[in-house]
Write a protein that binds this ligand. Structure first.
Ligand SMILES: [Fe+2]
Length: 205
């Protein structure tokens, strides 16, 4: 590791800790279709958009979005992801304050993690991640996740009640709430329609 480039140090740290995510080989333990690089890219794009509108630090938000699911295969992925992000960013030569600000966003972004964001940038990452679980993409990802975890339609609908339909009220920034409104309405529409069909109410003709 003596003369290793920052990129190869980064690859080494990630491979050691979470598996070979740089490989083009699918690694089911790390990236699953519901939480793949496309999800990360969408969250990054949404987060940057919100950051620009809200006057937040775009560089912090962008880096936090890139790394937010890096420990997705760990039990408390937000806390573990923050730890790993610190290692990665310090191997890449970022300064301590930048690292802490990014790590704090990652540590508090998760719906189930229970930690409240403490900065505008952290709220933006949390909002962007939630927006990607809403709307048509949210429906698609919910069923992908169900496939990954062996849930059927009934359990997926319970997931709508327990999580997805609550996300709109958890959005913090004005910009996210504007984007989220239509996505939330679509989730409600889908939920109502599938309940209607599951209860055979459309057989009453
Ligand atoms: Fe995410």
């Amino acid at each position: 590791m003596e003369s290793a480039s920052p990129q190869s140090q980064l690859n080494f740290i990630i491979r050691e800790r979470v598996g070979d995510i740089m490989s083009s080989e699918p690694n089911e333990a790390f990236f699953t279709p519901s939480h793949d690089s496309e999800h990360v890219e969408r969250v990054k794009r949404i987060a940057i958009f919100i950051a620009e509108k809200e006057g937040a630090d775009v560089e912090i938000v962008e880096k936090a979005a890139e790394l937010h699911d890096i420990a997705r295969n760990k039990k408390n992925h937000a806390v573990e992801g923050a730890k790993l992000a610190r290692e990665i960013l310090s191997a890449q030569g970022y300064d301590g304050e930048f690292i802490e600000r990014v790590a704090s966003c990652i540590e508090t972004h998760s719906f189930s993690g229970g930690k409240r964001p403490e900065s505008l940038e952290a709220w933006i990452l949390s909002d962007a991640d939630k927006l990607d679980a809403m709307g048509a993409i949210g429906v698609a990802r919910a069923f992908l996740y169900s496939r990954e975890s062996g849930r059927g339609i009934g359990e997926t609908i319970k997931h709508f009640e327990e999580k997805l339909l609550k996300l709109y009220n958890m959005l913090h920034t004005e910009t996210a709430r504007k984007i989220g409104l239509r996505r939330h309405k679509f989730l409600e529409e889908f939920y109502n329609q599938i309940k209607h069909e599951l209860e055979f109410e459309d057989l009453e003709i």
